[in-house]
Design a protein around this ligand. Structure first.
Ligand SMILES: [Cu+2]
Length: 213
């Protein structure tokens, strides 16, 4: 059967609109300049011209616990607008605060099994401390892209299904020796398969931390 040309044109456009845009993966291996795997770095990708449809969601809990006189985890990624829980799992009180420009706040002394929540409306870095225990330290990175992940103990970060094309790759790590403790570079996300990068970063030695990193 032969279809008239205008019909075929309409069909082509219908298919073009319905077809999913091509997307690729990004696989990054992060290491220090000395070759040690870099854990707890936040890897973010912002595809050019991309705007998320609806709220960004991540599969991990938006939760910064206090356990054994330390924050857990050391680095937490949440999307803009997230409500983060701060449960105290210790049998004594903590007094959590942040002076960070992106969202300064204070959770006055609260005890065991108690939880407070804080909503983070702006992207940025939130450095956390405890008024009682100076050694307690952690960071929340509030992001405005759904393409964000934290590097593993092996220094690996994999982000899947990023729209193909030019994008900005940003890596943030609290002890990175660069402006704002982050570095950015332009990348091109492939239409299929993965872009694999090995990146060495100049970091300063992290301070001693109870419970390690
Ligand atoms: Cu404390």
């Amino acid at each position: 059967m032969r279809l008239p040309a205008p019909f075929l044109t309409a069909l082509f456009w219908a298919l073009a609109i319905a077809a999913p845009a091509s997307a690729g993966d990004l696989s990054v291996m992060l290491a220090t300049a000395q070759g040690k795997p870099l854990a707890n770095a936040v890897v973010m990708v912002r595809p050019q011209g991309f705007a998320p449809r609806g709220p960004i969601r991540f599969p991990w809990p938006y939760r910064m616990a206090q356990r054994d006189m330390q924050f857990e985890p050391f680095v937490l990624i949440v999307p803009v607008g997230a409500e983060v829980a701060f449960p105290n799992l210790d049998p004594f009180k903590h007094h959590v605060y942040s002076f960070s420009a992106a969202h300064a706040f204070e959770l006055k002394l609260y005890g065991r099994e108690e939880t407070r929540t804080v909503k983070f409306d702006k992207p940025g870095v939130i450095a956390l401390g405890c008024n009682i225990h100076d050694d307690m330290t952690a960071f929340i990175r509030v992001v405005d892209t759904p393409f964000a992940i934290k590097s593993t103990a092996r220094g690996e970060a994999v982000i899947r299904d990023i729209p193909a094309g030019p994008a900005t790759l940003t890596i943030w790590y609290p002890f990175l020796k660069s402006k704002g403790a982050e570095v950015s570079r332009q990348v091109v996300v492939p239409a299929t398969g993965a872009l694999s990068l090995a990146i060495a970063l100049d970091v300063r030695a992290p301070p001693l931390r109870r419970g390690g990193y």
